[in-house]
Write a protein that binds this ligand. Structure first.
Ligand SMILES: *Cc1c(COP(=O)(O)O)cnc(C)c1O
Length: 351
């Protein structure tokens, strides 16, 4: 097993950071993890001061976009112990993304070691308190220096870290996609690939111009099945039932989504995993049985939606005082911050 070299900064920049008003992904910690792939092997894994990369302009990522990433968090409890949440899920998903984008596989044990070493090195960047976390962004890009359209022979794997606070997104309204798609059958919607995000930006900007924060993505053929919300998975509560689409090659298999499914079971919330269409949603909104819509992902855990627009008509969600979303979020946060027992074995302490 390759030994990870740790090169520390001369002076931490942590004193320059105001931890009471952090915007998502704006500030980065002192260090980063870097490892390069060349001549068929991963080389020189190291923790080093956070700094720019120097890349050849012909690096294939700039032209053909082999780029994948992950998103996860490190949490600190009141005694200063540090935890990750189901990290093995992210390792596995990165492997799937790399396979689909025809990229080299990054060894799971090295991923695990590098991530934990970075978290330990920058442990003072993790503040205790619910909502505070160190957001971890592993990513990989192709770096072969030539313009031939072919699988790259060289890669850069890195992890950067950014202190975050949970943000309370007020009154999120969404537009139901009836033309654009984020993913298609046979495509790579299930991969956490940079290209999926690039393709979402323009339709999302158009939605924002109409006064909507996000798009609920539908299947690319009928535009009837409700599949994702912005860059999150999505769930609907009709009467007292929580409904979410099964994952497919168009839908990203979110760690938050699959955790919510298990937590709902534990809390005796009825959960259905089946396709759900816009027609069902419109009907439920009209007869006031649509109680909740929420996006789910690592950044916010749960992000409630207050209204949706379908083909020019706006529909309200009749959200009750006590929501399933909040109840499930509280349960998950309690596990993440080591406040309650972890019946699922999801918490992983970083020692
Ligand atoms: C990352 C992501 C999610 C959420 O995944 P989590 O593992 O829960 O953070 C959902 N949909 C898309 C498209 C994503 O990129």
């Amino acid at each position: 097993m390759s030994k990870i070299v740790v090169e520390k900064v001369a002076k931490s920049k942590i004193d320059e950071v105001d931890f009471s008003c952090l915007e998502f992904g704006q500030v980065f910690s002192d260090h980063m993890f870097v490892c390069t792939y060349k001549d068929g092997e991963w080389q020189n894994p190291k923790i080093m001061p956070y700094s720019p990369f120097c890349l050849d302009p012909a690096s294939s990522v700039f032209h053909y976009g082999q780029a994948v990433f992950e998103g996860m968090k490190a949490y600190k409890d009141d005694k200063g112990a540090i935890f990750l949440f189901r990290p093995e899920q992210n390792y596995q998903r990165m492997a799937k993304s790399c396979q689909r984008l025809s990229m080299a596989q990054f060894p799971t044990d090295l991923f695990d070691q590098g991530l934990k070493e970075l978290v330990k090195t920058d442990r003072q960047w993790i503040k205790p308190g619910r909502g505070n976390a160190l957001y971890l962004r592993p990513f990989m890009i192709s770096t072969s220096k030539n313009l031939q359209v072919e699988t790259s022979q060289e890669y850069l794997f890195s992890i950067i870290a950014s202190p975050v606070q949970s943000y309370y997104s007020a009154d999120v309204k969404v537009l139901i996609a009836d033309h654009y798609s984020r993913a298609a059958n046979g495509g790579f919607g299930f991969a956490k690939a940079a290209g999926n995000y690039a393709g979402q930006l323009y339709p999302t900007t158009l939605a924002q111009q109409k006064g909507y924060n996000q798009i609920i993505w539908t299947d690319d053929t009928s535009h009837e099945r409700l599949e994702e919300c912005g860059t999150m998975n999505v769930m609907f509560r009709i009467k007292d039932k929580l409904i979410t689409s099964p994952t497919s090659e168009r839908i990203l298999d979110g760690v938050t989504r699959k955790s919510i499914i298990e937590v709902a079971k534990k809390l005796n919330i009825e959960m259905e995993i089946r396709p759900i269409t816009i027609h069902e949603l419109v009907e439920a909104a009209n007869n006031k049985t649509l109680k909740e819509i929420f996006g789910c992902g690592t950044a916010a855990v749960i992000s409630p939606v207050s209204a949706f627009n379908y083909k020019g008509v706006e529909y309200e969600v009749s959200t009750p005082e006590q929501t399933y979303g909040q109840k499930i979020k509280d349960f998950i946060l309690d596990i993440q911050y080591n406040i309650c027992q972890d019946p699922f074995g999801w918490r992983v302490e970083v020692k």
